[in-house]
Design a protein around this ligand. Structure first.
Ligand SMILES: C[S@@+](CC[C@H](N)C(=O)[O-])C[C@H]1O[C@@H](n2cnc3c(N)ncnc32)[C@H](O)[C@@H]1O
Length: 382
C-alpha cells in the first residue's frame, strides 16, 4: 500500500513538470523560480524514494495466515480429502487418480494443484510421469499441527467401495504392464540387465555382505523378484529353505528351469505380487534390482520390512541415482536409481536399522549400492 501511495503521489506531482516540458511559460522571480524547481525536482525525489522503498521492501508480503488459509481451503473439499486418503499407502499419477475417482484429468489436475499449493501433496517427476504422494507434516512450520491432524482424521475415512475397486484396477494395470514388459523382453532380459548392472557385477559384493551376517543353518530366505533366478543357487546353498516370488510368469519359468537344472530342492517358487499378495516372513529378504520397478518405493520398503523376521535382514541391491532415462524403455525401470540417504530414510521409517553398505562404480558410469538393513530382535523392540 505504501508503494502504491508513493506511486500515486509521484504521478500527481509530475503534472506541472510535464506542463513545463510541453513548452508552457516558465515562472519568473526568485520565489517563483524556486517553486518551479521544486515542481521539477519533486517527481525525481518521489521516484528515488519509490526506488528505495522497492529495494528495501519485498514485492510480496509473506503472511503465515496465507499458509493456514491454503491448508484450510485444500482440506475443505470432500474429493480432495478422499485423494489424500487414497495417497495414504501408494503414490499415483494424475491419470491414475482421475481413473480412480472417475473424473476428467483436468479436474483432477486442479485439485492436485490446490493440494500441492497447501503443501499437502508432493510430487516426484520421473521422465514424463509425475507421481503424487502425501507430504509429511512439518511440525515446526505454520500449519504443521493442523496438517498432521488432518491426515490422522483422513486416515479414519472409509473409501467408497467403487473407489477401492478402481484402486485395485489401477494396481492390476501396473502389474500387467510390468509383466508385459518382462514377457516382451524375455530373450533380451540378461543382455539388457547387463547393459546397466547385471548380477555378475555385484554378486561378489552381495555375497561378502551376506556371509558377514552369519545366518544359522536353520535360517530362511525370501528373494523378491528373482528374475531368471541367477541368485537362487547362492541362497539355496546358504539357507535351509528359500522362497522366491515374482509377478512375471515368464521370469518365473526361467527361474524354474534354473532350479531344475541345478537341482535346488530347497527352493520354492511362487507367482505373486510382492506388494499385494500375502507372503510368510523370512530371516533374510533379498531384493536385487527390483525396488526401481515399484511406483511407490518408500511404501514398498514398509511392506517388505514386514516380511523380515525379528533379528533378520533385508539385503537390497540397487542403482544409485542416475540420469540415463533410456533405462525406462530398455529395462522397464520406473525410477532412475535412488539416492543413498533416501533409501536409508525409507528403511528407518520402515523400522529397519542401516548396516553395512557397499558402493560399486561401474565402467559404464552407473553406480551400484549393496545395502544391509537389519530388523531389531523381538525382545529389544518395544
Ligand atoms: C530387473 S528384474 C531383476 C531380476 C533379478 N533380481 C536380477 O537382478 O537379475 C526385476 C524383477 O522383479 C520382478 N517384479 C517386478 N515387480 C514385481 C512385484 N510387484 N512383485 C514381484 N516381482 C516383481 C520382475 O518380474 C522381474 O523379474
Amino acid at each position: 500500500m505504501v508503494a502504491a501511495n508513493e506511486l500515486a503521489a509521484g504521478t500527481r506531482r509530475q503534472r506541472p513538470a510535464a506542463a513545463a516540458a510541453q513548452g508552457q511559460s516558465a515562472p519568473v522571480g526568485a520565489r517563483q523560480y524556486q517553486n518551479f524547481l521544486m515542481q521539477k525536482l519533486q517527481p525525481v525525489a518521489a521516484a528515488t524514494r519509490l526506488r528505495r522503498l522497492m529495494s528495501t521492501q519485498p514485492a510480496f508480503r509473506h503472511d503465515p495466515s496465507d499458509e493456514l488459509a491454503a491448508l484450510c481451503k485444500a482440506g475443505g473439499d470432500p474429493l480432495r480429502l478422499s485423494v489424500l486418503r487414497v495417497l495414504a499407502s501408494d503414490s499415483f499419477g494424475v491419470l491414475e487418480l482421475a481413473q480412480i475417482f472417475a473424473m476428467r484429468q483436468s479436474g483432477m489436475s486442479h485439485h492436485l494443484k490446490v493440494l500441492a499449493q497447501a503443501g499437502l501433496v508432493a510430487t516426484r517427476r520421473e521422465g514424463n510421469a509425475i507421481f503424487y504422494r502425501r507430504a509429511l507434516a512439518q511440525s515446526e512450520q505454520t500449519g504443521g499441527a493442523l496438517h498432521a491432524a488432518l491426515l490422522d482424521e483422513v486416515d479414519a475415512l472409509q473409501l467408497p467401495g467403487e473407489v477401492q475397486a478402481r484402486i485395485k484396477e489401477v494396481q492390476a494395470q501396473r502389474s500387467a504392464a510390468a509383466r508385459d514388459f518382462f514377457a516382451r523382453t524375455l530373450e533380451k532380459f540378461r543382455a539388457q540387465q547387463d547393459l546397466i548392472a547385471g548380477l555378475a557385477q555385484y554378486r561378489d559384493s552381495l555375497l561378502t555382505l551376506l556371509d558377514a551376517l552369519h545366518f544359522p543353518a536353520s535360517a530362511t530366505a525370501l528373494e523378491v523378484g528373482p528374475g531368471d533366478g541367477a541368485f537362487l543357487p547362492e541362497l539355496a546353498r546358504r539357507f535351509a529353505r528359500v522362497s522366491a516370488l515374482d509377478s512375471s510368469p515368464a521370469m518365473l519359468e526361467l527361474a524354474r528351469q534354473r532350479c531344475a537344472a541345478e537341482g535346488l530342492a530347497n527352493v520354492e517358487l511362487k507367482l505373486a505380487d510382492a506388494l499385494h499378495d500375502a507372503e510368510a516372513a523370512a530371516d533374510c529378504v533379498v531384493l536385487n534390482m527390483v525396488l526401481h520397478h515399484f511406483a511407490d518405493p518408500a511404501a514398498a520398503m514398509g511392506q517388505l520390512a514386514r516380511l523380515v523376521n525379528p533379528g533378520g535382514s533385508l539385503l537390497l541391491t540397487e542403482l544409485c541415482s542416475h540420469h540415463q532415462s533410456w533405462a525406462r524403455e530398455a529395462c522397464g525401470d520406473i525410477w532412475l536409481g535412488f539416492d543413498q540417504d533416501e533409501l536409508a530414510r525409507w528403511a528407518a521409517e520402515a523400522g529397519l536399522v542401516a548396516g553395512e553398505s557397499l558402493y560399486l562404480g561401474l565402467r559404464n558410469g552407473f553406480q551400484i549400492q549393496v545395502r544391509h538393513f537389519a530388523r531389531a530382535e523381538a525382545a529389544s523392540r518395544t
